[in-house]
Design a protein. Sequence first.
Length: 563
Amino acid sequence: MLNKAYLYYHTIKYLQWQQIFYRIYYRFKRPNIKPLEYYKQVDSQEWRWEGPEFLEPSMLDANTFGFLNETHTISTTSDWNNPTLAKLWLYNLHYFDDLNARDSQTRYNQHEVLIKRWINENPACSGNGWEPYPLSLRIVNWVKWLSKQERKNETADASLQQQTEALGQQLEYHILGNHLFANAKALVFAGAYLKTPQTERFLDKGLKILEQQTKEQFLSDGGHFELSPMYHCILLNDLLELIELSYISGNAKLNAHLDQWTAVASKALTYLEGMTHPDGDISFFNDAAFGIAPPVEHIFSFAKRLGITHQPIEQGITTFEQSGYSRLQKDDRIILLDHGNVGPDYLPGHAHADTLSFEYSYKQQRIIVNSGTSMYGAGKERLRQRQTPAHSTVEFNQQSSSEVWDGFRVAKRAYGRLINASSSNESFSLKASHNGYKQLGNQNERGEHQRTLTLDEHALIIEDIFKRSSKKVDKKTCEGTIYFHFHPEVKIEKLNPHLVKLVIDSDTRVSNQKSMLIKTEDMIKVKEGTWHPYFGMSIPNKSIAVKMSKNSHITVIEFESEN
């Protein structure tokens, strides 16, 4: 009980006042909207959504849906809120993403029936579908779909008005971040599509929130402030869709925001390129997985179609100072290092205890990885995936660098900083630290983790130092464990207690580099693990753990060539 009170205190103390106020307010104030019949005279604008369709279909037949690597049948009214199904899966069901997935027009009849079913089987303000986040995503999807149809669907338009009214009464000020951005985007889409006395109210409210939140959420280096490459893609795509909406609707109020949105999107594209591996997909820092956000390739293609350019990433060191990430790029070798905070203090819900973790790719092949994300919600596996040992960094005193707990909470948290970035003709180097362990454990266990990465033509050298806060402690003792996780296509051969060979099990992504050697000062333990590239997916992989015998340790990864 005392421990739970401690966690709550160190979590709540960072929240903004409106998060606390609205969490209490919404417990007592429920949405109050009129019956569907009230909105039957709704009319709509005549523009047509022209945005790209990039999602794979999730509606497999009239009653069968596949999300997050799970397939279920929705055949009865109760199935929309089936308590045996995961909350996130049900959320995806209510998003209606299939309306705008690939070849959506070939499923027009199924979609029309599904919309009618949803209206009839989901009474106002009841169930998962009427919660503000699924409301937001569904409103946007319905607007896109309805705008493309040759004949009006008066019942769907009326329901859209009703849903937007419900959303407007429960905007997610208690969460903020990407949720509030999604709420505002939905208000803007509905306001630009519907022709009702309330239209201007929706539009004005949404645009006001977007103006505030775009400045708040997109940092000056282009990164989204929740520091998840996956959510960065989602929010950047939201910006691009708002720009597209401005063009096709011709709405003067939207057009007034075009300069701001375009400038932010340009920086965000540079950031995305910097956080992307050579295989064309996002890196795995904080909550991140493939298949949730729009693919990186789609985002750049969409931006190009809209005429948005960006500053490309070059060889050498690229540092995103405000976000706290750096990229080392030397020829075909790419290293991405997290030296930032876990996220905004008031919103670390998608944070992992992964400070000073890094990922490494050679050509198209990922070598060293973080473990990814396969689930949300509370539970042991969700917690394990957020804790420090699931990442390629160092755990001290058997504690994570930040106190992640429950499904989306963080109590005491690490603050990272980049100490130095240097380069020469032969090598690039990054030196960074975090203070997470200055706050955790007893006084004798506290200290700062400092990590230096040096990349040259022949090797990657990783130096880890634990700088103790107390000078009275026996410095010979150190409870530090260094973790390196490997992509499933990388196999491990242990040659001796201090030396392993990495063999790349791929014929296509690397041509002249088939193996590497990892040399350590302390003994290596090879472990079985799992990598989580998609929600609902766990792929066996290998990792190594090196228990530090003193307060500093050097790991050398030597690059071998076939020749």
